[in-house]
Write a protein that binds this ligand. Structure first.
Ligand code: KIV
Ligand code: ZN
Length: 546
């Protein structure tokens, strides 16, 4: 077990005096998470997610990779302008233009960080970068020095650090510290390491590298072997004091270490690592659900902390035990991560005050009068169609409201005639950039007819890759949650919609996906894509793993 006394107190440019027991939560949902297939978000969605992450209390928010595209730059800049609280961070390769672009993007933030990375493993240097080790060391020194001229808080990462030769890793870390890096991140980029490896790497660096006592060491573990969280806890035991993670563990390939799992492991087992995250844990579930609503990817039912079954006790023996003493089968309380035991049932007779109370209990905090009026109107509409409105229904209503902001295409009306007599026929009226248009089409089923009518109004070449329907709660009057995935020129977008009527939910999901497609098209049109390149050259603007 790590003796916390052996981790020094550090004076940090963004956090001031950092005691050994403090762990910095570095969230990269909007960068490493967002860059994985199917998880891309538009500007409004990123801002919405950034607000939720700030409310959750993350210390650092990696908002994107500004040089990757004008859209990425715009979202990092907008987050830096509007989100208060966390340090706002932009990613950059070890190259002049990357660093300057990241600096420009984070400039409006109260507290800002540039995160510079370059590969250090023999495999990556030889095949990906095609650079000699000495040239890599030079790139580290130059880029970190340049970063420090722009901002006080510079993080440097050794990409594929866990597969880097210890001697060279020490030299690279020393070069970064000498050039002014304030955080040193050692990623397990390919999720290859075992917990003991990560603990040893951090212990070794702290023991051997001159200047190690002045910087924060950081862990960034991928989940290819399902060990990302275990490796993160082991990294802390080795002396890391920053953890990089994402909500629901989204990220490249098998994902990154899940924020909610790390935070609750640290809260539940202070005996293993005396490092306390300053996170408002009761907002965890809310944040997880918002991400699912935005991206269309639900977490699996047995997902730790935020899965539907995470606190469900099915067997009689377990239920009996929990009733006698919750601690028999619960190692943390469901309320501590945002599950509500509230028995206040909502229905058509519930008023505004009850809804406001319920929203508070569900972790939405205080919502303004206009937003309350909007959700109350949609709640009444739902309650007219459904006897009991459950917590999950209300969460879906709130998420629906956020998802429909800033859209170019809106559904004005939808009418479907279906039955055994004739092919189903759908008449759809859409508002497209403020102009109202109507079309009628038939199809192979009511949903097909609806999508066909939308296609007449918004022609596109995208292929439907996924259409999935799930019930938000139980019963025949339950709301359906529909996810639609479209693919156009290798780019994937997801749309979601919820309603007690599956056809309406489907139409909403389809139009949501088309709205996202429009955003993607606009981004691609502005963003010329040169050769694939992982080297820190000035011309390549692709994401590192694109
Ligand atoms: O996994 C990785 O190595 C990264 C770096 C860019 C930090 O995401
Ligand atoms: Zn990563």
């Amino acid at each position: 077990m790590t003796d916390t006394a052996s981790v020094p107190t550090i004076d940090h440019p963004s956090f001031g005096r950092l005691e050994p027991s403090r762990v910095i939560i570095f969230d990269t949902t909007l960068r490493d998470g967002e860059q994985s297939p199917g998880f891309s978000m538009n500007l409004a969605e990123k801002l919405r997610m950034a607000e939720a992450l700030a409310a959750l209390g993350v210390d650092v928010m990696e908002a994107g990779f500004p040089i990757a595209s004008p859209g990425d730059f715009e979202s990092v800049h907008a987050i830096a302008e509007r989100i208060k609280g966390p340090v706002i961070c932009g990613l950059a390769r070890a190259a002049r233009n990357d660093v300057l672009r990241a600096a420009e993007a984070v400039a409006p933030a109260e507290r800002k960080r540039i995160h510079i990375f370059i590969s250090t493993s023999p495999l990556h240097m030889k095949y990906k970068l095609r650079m000699e080790p000495d040239a890599v060391l030079e790139a580290i020194t130059e880029s970190v020095r340049l970063g420090r001229k722009q901002v006080e808080d510079v993080e440097w990462s050794a990409e594929d650090g866990s597969r880097t030769e210890p001697e060279f890793l020490c030299r690279a870390v020393e070069a970064a510290i000498k050039a002014g890096a304030t955080t040193i991140n050692i990623p397990d980029t390919v999720g290859y390491a075992l917990p003991r490896d990560m603990e040893d790497i951090f212990s070794m660096l702290r023991a051997r590298v001159p200047g190690a006592e002045k910087v924060v060491f950081s862990a960034h573990n991928h989940n290819d072997l399902g060990l990302a969280v275990a490796n993160t806890i082991a990294s802390l035991r080795g002396g890391a004091r920053q953890v990089e993670c994402t909500v629901n563990g989204i990220g490249e390939r098998a994902g990154n270490a899940a924020l909610e799992e790390i935070v609750m492991a640290l809260r539940t087992r202070p005996d293993a690592v005396a490092a306390v995250p300053e996170i408002h844990t009761e907002k965890i579930l809310r944040t997880s659900r918002l991400l699912s609503a935005i991206t269309g990817f639900e977490v699996q039912p047995n997902k730790a902390i935020v899965g539907r079954n995470a606190f469900a006790h099915e067997s009689g023996i377990h239920q009996d035990g929990v009733l006698k003493h919750a601690g028999t089968y619960e190692i943390m309380t469901p309320e501590s991560v945002g599950w509500s035991r509230s028995s206040l049932v909502m229905g058509k007779h519930s008023g505004r005050a009850a809804l406001r109370d319920k929203l508070r209990a569900l972790g939405y905090g205080e919502i303004g009068d206009n937003a309350l009026a909007d959700v109350f109107r949609r709640f009444k509409d739902l309650a007219d169609r459904k006897k009991v409105v459950y917590d999950d229904d209300i969460a879906a209503l709130m998420d629906e409201g956020h998802l429909r902001d800033h859209t170019r295409i809106r559904i004005a009306s939808l009418r479907v005639v279906a039955g055994t007599e004739a092919p189903p026929e759908a008449t759809v009226t859409l508002e497209i950039d403020g102009e109202t248009k109507t079309a009628t089409a038939t199809g192979d089923g009511a949903v097909d007819a609806t999508f066909a009518a939308v296609n007449v109004l918004c022609p596109h070449t995208a292929t439907l890759r996924l259409y999935s329907v799930g019930a938000i709660t139980e019963g025949t009057d339950a709301q359906a949650r529909v996810t639609v995935r479209l693919e156009e020129e290798g780019k994937m977008v997801d749309g979601q919609g919820a309603d007690t009527d599956t056809i309406i939910a489907s139409a909403r999901a389809y139009v949501h996906a088309l709205n996202k497609l429009l955003v993607k098209r606009a981004r691609t049109a502005r963003h010329a894509r040169p050769d694939d390149c992982g080297r820190p050259t000035e011309g390549c603007r692709r994401r590192p793993d694109d």
